[in-house]
Design a binder for this molecule. Structure first.
Ligand code: HEM
Length: 408
């Protein structure tokens, strides 16, 4: 009788070192266990055969010096569920290496860069104003639905050319779809929900692309169609996958910035008071929010050749999870890292990743965050704000589903 060997990535070779991302308390507050992990084993081989890097300096070194790519030597994606086919992120720019990555990134850059952030600014300011008007009239709000999701979803749908009446569809799909980035390791029911969201989004964008071909506009989906029609090398399906990836990136992360950022300000009323006194602190506040509670806990890379990190030699084809959330709270890098301090002088967090994949939407996200948090702070002056019970979303990112607040 032959015994069947476990697949290599599920062979329990390492250990979670007390920081098990599947443990129930990890979601509520991952920071104590990330501190313990960093102190005990900063370069940690996990039970799923991936290497977690948790010191700031090591994450930076990998971004700057290691020869890395996004896929394994055999071309497969280390974190993805192999059965997740329709709408799969395999062809999304984030999963590609140069030259394909550079080509796809260039096609989207114009629509997601600082120029678009400037064009969208009035619109975003208006959506925040309307939201706060409603909240003040009603005596409170559901922070995630009314502000943290409402503002980015309107903006990204407009950039993509998704009609505003379809926006609600994505509230559910994008959260579910983030799990694809980690799909290989998730329970079967979550894998199925993630695949279903991929299929639904692929159907949606197939239709939108078909419809848009007849009447191109100045949106990002039209820009991708034009690139294809002008003989660029967007292959079959690539267009739809870029659209899915960008809408997921534009929605879920910014919900995290606005939601987690507002929660941090509410939990630290003296910091909220500082922002109210001096609105020019807003840029630093955004960076401190991103450092303090990043929407994406870790990203990934694959080593193309052996590389030494903190005294450990990692082999070629090692899958690396760069623990951005841990690096952002590394005491060797930040004074008193668990203190939320919007006047902190050095807030160079790693929440937007690094190297060639550095977040393409960072100017848009910062602009949305600035308006949401600053207007909230200024227009709720003099009110006592009470928080209700928060609920985490089923997103793979660190994003809440609900955070009710009332004004008194
Ligand atoms: C606070 C909000 C955001 C955070 C924390 C964030 C974070 C990230 C991270 C960690 C990465 C991967 C970087 C790496 O692996 O080195 C990334 C990539 C990316 N992000 Fe963001 N993001 C945010 C907002 C946005 C927005 C609003 C958009 C678009 C509208 C966007 C579009 C993208 C794209 C297209 C990529 C892939 C870039 C590439 O592969 O070259 N992001 N983001």
């Amino acid at each position: 009788m032959t015994s069947s060997l476990p697949t290599p990535d599920l062979n329990p070779v390492g250990d979670w070192c007390g920081a098990d991302p599947f443990a129930p308390d990890f979601r509520d507050n991952p920071y104590p266990s990330l501190h313990a992990l960093r102190a005990r084993e900063p370069v940690n081989l996990t039970p799923v055969n991936t290497w977690r890097i948790s010191r700031y300096a090591d994450v930076q070194t990998i971004f700057q010096k290691a020869k890395t790519g996004m896929t394994l030597a055999d071309g497969s994606a280390p974190n993805f569920d192999p059965l997740d086919q329709r709408g799969s992120f395999l062809d999304f720019m984030l999963n590609k290496d140069d030259p394909e990555h550079a080509r796809l990134r260039l096609l989207a850059m114009k629509s997601l860069g600082p120029h678009t952030a400037r064009l969208m600014e009035d619109e975003v300011k208006k959506s925040v104003e309307q939201t706060i008007d409603r909240a003040l009239a009603q005596g409170g709000m559901e922070v995630i639905e009314d502000l943290a999701c409402y503002v980015p979803s309107r903006m990204i749908c407009q950039i993509m050319g998704v009609p505003q009446q379809d926006r609600g569809l994505f509230n559910e799909w994008t959260g579910a779809r983030t799990n694809a980035f980690f799909g290989r390791f998730l329970p079967p029911e979550v894998q199925q929900r993630t695949r279903d969201a991929g299929s639904a989004m692929a159907d949606y964008f197939d239709n939108l692309v078909r419809e848009r071909r007849g009447r191109l506009g100045d949106d990002l989906v039209s820009a991708l169609i034009r690139a294809e029609e002008q003989g660029d090398t967007l292959r079959d399906g690539e267009l739809v996958v870029q659209a899915i990836g960008i809408i997921v990136a534009g929605y879920e992360t910014t919900i995290g910035l606005i939601g987690n950022g507002l929660r941090a300000l509410l939990d630290h009323p003296e910091q909220l008071a500082l922002l109210r006194e001096d609105p020019s602190l807003i840029n630093n506040t955004i960076d401190e929010c991103l450092r303090f509670d990043t929407p994406i806990l870790f990203n990934w890379r694959v080593l193309k050749e052996p590389f030494e990190v903190s005294g450990k030699l990692l082999p070629a084809d090692a899958v690396i999870w760069q623990m951005l959330a841990s690096a952002n709270r590394d005491p060797e890098r930040f004074d008193d890292p668990d203190r939320f301090d919007i006047r902190r002088r050095d807030v160079s967090h790693l929440s937007f990743g690094g190297g060639v994949h550095f977040c393409l939407g960072n100017s848009l996200a910062r602009m949305e965050g600035r308006h949401a948090l600053n207007q909230f702070a200024q227009r709720t002056k003099g009110l006592e704000i009470r928080q209700g019970n928060l609920e985490w979303s089923h997103s793979f990112f660190r994003v809440m589903a609900r955070l009710p607040i009332t004004f008194h």
